[in-house]
Ligand binder design. Structure first.
Ligand code: NAD
Ligand code: MG
Length: 388
């Protein structure tokens, strides 16, 4: 029997890399649902190419466009949030969660509820609702596989190891577009400059988050939530070459590193074939050509998001949902050129202190509704703060 696969966010950077891998082996996979947003032509083309059951655009005003693009193909067309959730509830064996932002949480939860294995690129799911998503996987007898390069690296370094023997986890950071800029120039940085990454080819939002290190901030929280590792054991180091993705340090002093080219098909392919390893079409590193790998301390004056992430991890409760939502609004405003690059962190910090009552939520009682409420309020507060 072929493996049933769905890809949420199929038209994005991660979605496209996932399709690249499965399209190399069409006999093995049966595609259930592909979802996308505004890029109807690409969504339709991929659905036809992979023989998907259904293609869903998140934008309900684009249903007719999608129908037209799929005419005669036999692929079902659907549109809107409700259709997305319906498609996510269709039985599948393996699901890629690669929508960007908090919008990716509910589809992933629905997939887990069907018992599917969830390959999780959408780190926001863990940041906003870590205990809920981990508990849902457990309750439905399935599991989540991390598809962030750092978390896939940690996962691989921990295979066969005992969590109790882990002394520290080191998540590497490239430093993004502005790692070498004078700090005083950051206020002049444009969205186009921030969306250029030195090593990785990714979606616009995560690339800007790499420059501000909000991406690394989300990843620190993601590490805590996914692996259950204490915040004080999680470190980050700037590693401009992006060859080591993460390291795990054990109680005997050993450091296990995952080294590989900056290509997300490493992490996606690992999750696709897990628990086996299969050949992947990724570059084999030539270490002599690479010459050297360097490391620097992450400067918190340049990247205040790292300090905010520590505060969020200490606070717990629903502060991850507040943090992420405030960050999403601040990022929207920066992209719209309504605030400057350094102002993003200031907005998030303000919202965190304003909504600190969300610290008191018991992790065991976090529900989708409570996450949605915290998320909504954080967006409102961020907008109010930015309007002043
Ligand atoms: P992207 O912007 O390239 O693609 C996002 C996808 O989500 C698109 O298919 C888009 O149509 C869809 N989408 C956007 N908003 C939506 C909404 N409101 N409802 C439904 N669908 C929506 O993003 P990406 O770079 O592929 O990142 C996807 C996720 O993977 C993010 O959570 C990101 O943090 C994570 N991630 C990405 C990379 C990478 O290399 N790109 C690496 C690690 C983790
Ligand atoms: Mg990452």
């Amino acid at each position: 029997m072929r493996r049933r696969i769905s890809i949420f966010g199929a038209t994005g950077s991660i979605g496209q890399s996932t399709i690249d891998l499965i399209a190399r082996d069409p006999q093995t996979y049966e595609v259930v649902a592909l979802t996308g947003g505004q890029n109807i032509a690409l969504l339709a083309a991929e659905a036809i190419k992979t023989g998907a059951q259904v293609a869903v655009t998140a934008d309900e005003t684009r249903l007719q466009d999608l129908r037209d693009a799929l005419a005669g193909s036999g692929v079902e067309a659907a549109a809107g949030r409700r259709a997305l959730i319906e498609a996510a509830s269709r039985p599948a064996d393996w699901v890629m969660s690669a929508i960007v932002g908090a919008a990716g949480l509910e589809p992933g939860l629905r997939a887990l509820q069907t018992g599917a294995v969830l390959a999780l690129a959408n780190k926001e799911s863990l940041v906003c609702a870590g205990p809920l998503i981990m508990r849902t996987a457990q309750a439905h007898g399935t599991h989540i596989l991390p598809v962030d390069s750092e978390h896939s690296a940690v996962f691989q370094a921990m295979i066969g190891e005992d969590l109790a023997a882990v002394e520290r986890v080191i998540i590497t950071a490239s430093g993004g577009a502005f790692r070498d800029w004078p700090i005083e120039d950051l206020a002049k940085a444009t969205p186009a400059q921030a969306a250029t990454h030195p090593n990785w080819d990714m979606g616009q939002r995560i690339t800007i988050d790499s420059a501000s290190m909000f991406n690394k901030a989300l990843e620190l929280i993601e590490t805590k939530e996914y692996f259950g590792i204490a915040p004080e054991k999680i470190e980050t180091v700037v590693h401009p070459e992006s060859m080591i993705h993460a390291m795990v340090g054990f109680n005997d002093g050993a450091l296990m590193a995952h080294v590989g080219a900056p290509d997300m098909r490493h992490a996606i392919g690992f999750a696709l074939h897990y628990p086996h390893r299969k050949p992947l079409p990724v570059e084999r590193l030539d270490l002599v050509k690479l010459g050297q790998m360097t490391f620097r301390e992450p400067c918190e004056a340049r990247w205040p998001a790292l300090r905010l992430a520590r505060e969020v991890m200490q606070a717990g409760g629903l502060m991850g949902a507040v943090f992420n939502a405030a960050k999403e609004r601040a990022l929207d405003a920066f992209i719209a050129e309504a605030i400057t690059f350094p102002q993003m962190a200031a907005v998030v910090e303000e919202v965190l202190s304003d909504l600190s009552t969300y610290e008191s939520h018991n992790p065991a009682e976090i529900t989708l509704d409570k996450v949605a409420e915290a998320d909504h309020l954080a967006r409102v507060r961020a907008d109010e703060f930015m309007a002043r």
